[in-house]
Design a binder for this molecule. Structure first.
Ligand SMILES: Nc1ncnc2c1ncn2[C@@H]1O[C@H](COP(=O)(O)OP(=O)(O)O)[C@@H](O)[C@H]1O
Ligand SMILES: [Mg+2]
Length: 263
């Protein structure tokens, strides 16, 4: 999948081509095309209402595009369910995380694995002893991931005790439990205190060093500048421009879009 402008192009793990989503006349996403490179942390910024979360919904499959196509690791997925897309290695976190409040952190992370397509069906064909061994391995993995996001001291507590920032960390653990190779993060820094923010940034870096690609929606421009080499800017459903964080931050079109959005 090389580009046409050079002998060797980057490997694209996610390709969005002319994606459009129309909500009864409102163009939430209007003819947006971009590609996410393997190993990249690509930023997606823009004022409230720009269409960023809708773009995530189209990629993840929780909304069907009005037109356009989406490919994950070269597979056309526009017609596929969200579950099938998880099977292709796509994970996402939500702007407002919704853990199961009464379940422990361990169980919340365990459930992310059971979300994988076909898993329950296959388990039915295994012997009970294999199922139990599989369960133990998964529990061990969940425990390691909870340690990775610095929440070990709370692993047996119900998720309802977590602060907003800790919920964002739990979501990272859940996405890793599903063995995602592409992760969509929707405002991971929103409502997170400065200390936890540093943990989240460091963990994203570390996961990324392991070869996982990210698409990051974030209003915290400091975080975007530290994590992203390239940023897409959306406004009013359209892709306004793209470039390095420092470039787009001084682009007059971007400044105008933010001022317009704040009005
Ligand atoms: N399910 C929906 N039905 C109707 N309109 C929607 C829906 N989801 C989002 N929108 C509208 O689409 C536009 C883009 O919203 P959204 O994607 O949430 O923007 P952002 O995440 O950039 O703030 C907004 O005008 C919003 O009101
Ligand atoms: Mg949003």
């Amino acid at each position: 999948m090389n580009g046409t402008d050079g002998p060797v192009g980057p490997e694209h793990v996610l390709t969005v081509s002319r994606a459009t989503k129309n909500f009864g006349g409102l163009m939430a996403v209007n003819d947006v095309s971009f590609a996410l490179e393997k190993g990249e942390i690509l930023g997606l910024i823009g004022p409230n209402g720009a269409g960023k979360t809708t773009m995530f919904d189209l990629v993840a499959g929780s909304q069907k595009p009005t037109s356009g196509s989406i490919a994950i690791h070269g597979h056309e997925v526009s017609g596929q369910s969200a579950w099938r897309r998880i099977g292709h290695g796509l994970g996402r976190t939500f702007q407002i995380p919704k853990p199961f409040p009464e379940l422990s952190l361990i169980d919340n992370v365990m459930l992310a694995r059971q979300g994988q397509a076909g898993e329950g069906v296959i388990a039915n064909f295994l012997t009970p002893r294999k199922v139990a061994a599989e369960e133990r391995r998964a529990r061990e993995k969940a425990r390691e991931l909870i340690a990775f996001v610095t929440l070990s001291h709370l692993e047996d507590e119900p998720a309802k005790v977590l602060s907003g920032g800790q919920r964002k960390l739990l979501e990272l653990a859940r996405v890793l439990m599903a063995d995602s190779s592409i992760v969509l993060l929707d405002e991971p820094a929103a409502g997170v205190n400065a200390t936890l923010l540093e943990v989240i940034i460091e963990r994203i870096r570390e996961i990324n060093r392991g070869g996982i690609s990210f698409l990051l929606i974030e209003h915290n421009i400091d975080m975007v500048s530290r994590l992203c080499g390239r940023v897409l800017v959306m406004a009013s459903g359209e892709l306004l421009c793209e470039g390095r964080p420092d470039e787009v931050a001084r682009d007059p079109r971007v400044i105008e879009a933010y001022l317009g959005g704040a009005a």
